[in-house]
Structures are given as C-alpha cells and as structure tokens.
Unconditional design. Sequence first.
Lengths: 334, 326
Amino acid sequence: MGHIEPVTPRPELKMWEALNLALDRAMAEDDAVFILGEDVGLYGGSYRVTQGLYAKYGEWRVRDAPISENSFTGLGVGAALVGGRPVIEIMTVNFAYLALDAIINMAAKIRYMSGGQFRVPLVVRMPGGVARQLAAQHSQRIEHALLNVPGLRIVCPATPQDAYWQLRQAIHEDDPIIFMEHELLYFDSGPFDPGAAPPPLHSGRILRDGKDVTLVAWSRMSRLALTAAEELGEEGIEAEVIDLRSLRPLDLPLLLESLRRTHRVLVVEEDCLFGGAGAEIAATLGERGFYELETPVGRLAGADVPTPYNDRLEAESIPQVSTIKARIRDLLKA
Amino acid sequence: MQRDLVKQLLYDMLLARHFEQAAAEQYQQGRIGGFLHLYPGEEAVAVGSLRAADPGDYVVTTYREHVHALVRGTPPEAVMAELFGRSGGCCGGYGGSMHLFDAQRRFLGGYAIVGETFPVAIGAAYWLAMNEEPDCVLCYFGDGAVNQGTFHESLNMAALWRLPVLFICENNHYQIGTEIHRHSAVVEVHKRACAYAMEGRRVDGMDVLAVYKATREALHHVRNGNGPYLLECDTYRYRGHSMADADAYRSAMEVAELKGRDPISLLRKRIREEGWLDSDECAALDAAARRVVADAVSFAEQSPPPEDLHAHVHARPLDLYSGAAR
Ligand SMILES: Cc1ncc(C[n+]2csc(CCOP(=O)(O)OP(=O)(O)O)c2C)c(N)n1
Ligand SMILES: [Mg+2]
C-alpha cells in the first residue's frame, strides 16, 4: 500500500484533474488497482487524466497498451477475475466499438454464467461525444449500444466533483462499470471538496429547482440544459434540471418526484434520437408517470446522421442551448 | 515414466471418453439442450497438458471443455449436472455445456465466442506477473481461433510484457466444416509464434505422453520468466463439430484413418509394451470410469433446476429503476 497523502481542499478543479486525483487516491489505497490503455503512461493520457501516475506507480500499474482494444479490455476482464481492480482507458468511445466483445460478451456475462463464482470489478473509462470538428468516426456516443446489456452499469459524470466521487465509487464496486466521460468537459472547472460525502453512485441530482418543466439530461447536455434553464428563468419560465449522473441503473424515483411537481418533461440527449436512452426514459415515464403528465414526454436528441465535419452542420446535429429553449417553449404551449 | 502417472493419464482419458459418450446419449434423449461440443479423439491434449500443470495454474478454455474441467478436478457429477442445466451443476445451471467455471480450481471458464480465451488468459497472467506470483495460465483454443484478431493482439501483449501464459492450440484441423488449409494461409500454427519472438513447437496431440512431456518443458520455460510459449497439439475429433453437425464435409475414410491413431489405444499399447500396468489393472480403471459416469448421470437427473432468474447478474441485487437507493 502506497503512502496516502491528504487531499488539500481546492475550491475549483478541472474535470481531468478531478479524475486524476481519483485515480491517484484509488491506486494509493489499493494495490489491486491498475491502469491500462493507449498512452496512459509515459505520455500522460490523451486528456491528461493519468498525468504523473506512471512516474509514481511504475509501468506495471500504469501500462501503455498497443492498439488492441478488444484484447486489452479483455485483459482487464481476465485480471478482474483473479483479484485485480483494473481501470481500462479506451482512448475514445469510438474505439470502444472494437472492444464490445470484451465488454458485452465477457465482462457483463461472466458473473452470471459462472453462477456467481466470479466477480468482475472492472472500470472501463471512455471519453466521447461530439467535440470540435472531429468528424463522423471521432464524434460518437455509445449509450445506445450498452444501455440494454444486462450485467453492465453505466455512469456519466458531468462535473469535476461527480467525476471524482463516481470514479472512486466505481473502482470500489465489484461489477463491470462503463465510465463515460465527455471530451468537451475535461477542461471545465467546477467546485471541488474532497471531504464532502458523496451521494450514491447511481443517484441523479437536481441542478436547479423549477415548477414548469423538468429537463432530464446527463453528461455535457446537463450543462447545456442548466444554461438553457437559467436563461429561460429570465423569461419567467421555471425549468427544473436533473443531471442523471447514471444511465444504468436509472434514478427513476427522482424523475417521478420531479414530474409530480412540473407535469412536463423534456429529455435532452446528445446521442441520436432513434433507439437511444431518451426512448427508455420517455417510455418508462409514460408507463409509470402517465397520470402526472400534462403532455407527452418530449425528446430533444442528436440528429440521426453520422456527425458531419462542417462546423455549422455539426452544431446543428446536436442539441444547443437555443434549441433546448425553443423546445421548452413549445412544450409549455402544448 | 512413473506408474502412477501413467495410470492417472489412462484413467483420465477413459473417463473423458465415457463421459462424452454419456453426454451424447443424454443429448439424444433430450436431457441436454443447446449446443454440445464433444471431445472424443482429442483426449490426449487436455489430459496430457493439464496433468503437467500445477494446481495453482489458471486454465482458460473454449466451449469444448468438459474434459478440461474433469481433469482439473471438477466433480464429474457437477459437470454433468451443468450440462443438464441443474442447480447441482458447477455453475448452478446458469452456464451450460459451453460455460463451465470452477473458481475453486482456478478454472476461469469456457468461452463460446471464438478467440476470447486469449484476452482472458493474458489478463490473469498480467495479474500474476504484476504480483510476481509463481503460477502460469494455460490458454486453450482451436485451429480456427488463430485467425481471430485477439490471437494476434494477445500474443503480442503476452510476449511484449513476458506474461506467464502457455498458449495451447488444439489443432483438430477443422473450423466446423472448413479444413485448416481452407482457413489458414499458414497451416503450421506453431510457426506463428515467431511473429511475436515467442517460442513455439508442435507435438503429436494423439500421444498423451508426448503432450505431457512437451507441456512440462513449455511450462518450465514460462515459469522461469522466459515469457509465453505456443504449443500446437496436432489432433483430430471423431464426432461432428457439435451434436448439430451432420459431418458431411469429410470422408468416412479420413475419420477411420485417424481413429487408427486413437490416443487411448496408443497409450494402452505403450503400457503393454513397457509393462507399466497389467490388463486387469487397465480393466479396473475402465470399470471405475464407467461407474463414475453412470453416477454422474444419475446425480444430474436428480438435481433440481435453478430457481432464481435474477441471481448473479450483479454483485448485489440491482433494481434498474431505483438508482438513488444505490
Ligand atoms: C466469434 C465467433 N465466430 C463464429 C462462431 C461460431 N463457431 C463456433 S465454433 C466455430 C469453429 C471453431 O473452430 P476451432 O477454433 O478450430 O475450434 P474447434 O471447434 O475445432 O475445437 C465457429 C465458427 C463463434 N462461436 N464465435
Ligand atoms: Mg478446430
């Protein structure tokens, strides 16, 4: 066990710094934790998340991997079966598609297939989302592909504080957990208190109270939803904003509680509309919150197109503050 | 050769042969469902190699793995009950024929997606190497699996980081109905080792003593920090790929010819020649194996089915619609 330094409280931290701190603390506390991924070591991580850890913990615990996503994610599964607590970094979600066998066929099923003999304490971190003109192959989301895989848990922090808490909590769990990060959030700063008690890993959070409509979002879209709600506040529309923080499991009690106050819901999602997480949320609210709904649950989501390179089209392909506001106004008219 | 070892090897192969025969019968009677891949003809590979391993070594196998589990020490009744899908099975009926696991015996599973055994094996080996533990990982796969990307990816990583893995190819010359020269540009699997600066060799997979000896040597290499090793066992399966296979892609002559090199007959012949065991001893082993298999079948028949659909999905029960409670 390494020497655990006390974390000095810092009022503001960037997302990547919070993740870095979470990894550092987890590794100092538990020798079973190791990191493996492309350029996580000497280079320091594509988004600086693993910066400094290679020098501190050495190459066995911070391992630079060859470009072999399926096998190195599967390596994480194998190590998890025999006592390790690997944190696999997939450079971006786009490459996680090459590791779906390891994630879906192996990590998610081994506990069940083995009749509960083996646990799979594996965290797979993956930055994703639409960033800045990275074009179709580098601007994807993966929620839809993993959302209905039994055995998986999916978390999606949007703030440095949640990123720190949720990564630490995920590493402690004995299940495979997909840890979705957003490429545009790494350098955003947010308040940070390492001593504060974290909420449960899979709970949602109300970012802003409101009585007129509930905005449900996660990852970067929760930030945009909050901005949209604040701007609408100046028009006299009071939107409640929920950051889900977790997609599987889903904090349905929180959604229903908010629905009982507002009677209207808009899901804001960056992933494509068709067959996405928003569909699950809308269907479930329709089933379990039908009599509270004033209007059908609205969904504002990514366009069903490969992400275009052109910046104007790219912006048009995902929800923006302006389009969120417009949809809310429409929803309130209905 | 030690007498006790020879006795063990013969018993294991007889148990394997009778067990698979019984499984085929139970399948035909409708007591075993799904896909069933049997091992007759290939017994010398699992038996010879696993008897050469230490109890601390991890084992990762494919869906054709009943015999591997048996040799590793999983009780035959627990393997048979798993094929029956019963609660007394080694996975409580949740895994089935293709997914045998036995944590107690470091048996890391049967995997039914071709090529998955490679990453699981290097993962376990990574953990062993990181912690400087003395154990190894035995990783089994068919000739068909070597064209999967994970073969290349994983052998590269294993060699790069000198991981303690023995890769054991069960080369039965067929990928279901596609013969090796029709699926691989290079049909000598062991030659692929050189692409990763790895040691590799081929052994007669019908000769259990040769497999045993080759595995001892390979494990010695791996255990002493020399990195991974690729051992190709040249073998043959008598039955179709699975019980669903009509076996129309190869000639009866070919099968008959290979049966002439039957691993059990070869060992018996050798035993006679060397005078290791007398015929009464051999007959007693055969009778004992038959008894164990018959008992395994009756155990499986009487074992109740599993009841809890939702058990074992997560570490703790998880309601997908109540995240906050977690
Ligand atoms: C990824 C994948 N593709 C296809 C299959 C279907 N399949 C099952 S076994 C098999 C042949 C495998 O041949 P080999 O690796 O030589 O093993 P053997 O069955 O001969 O022991 C195929 C194609 C599969 N299970 N997984
Ligand atoms: Mg084959």
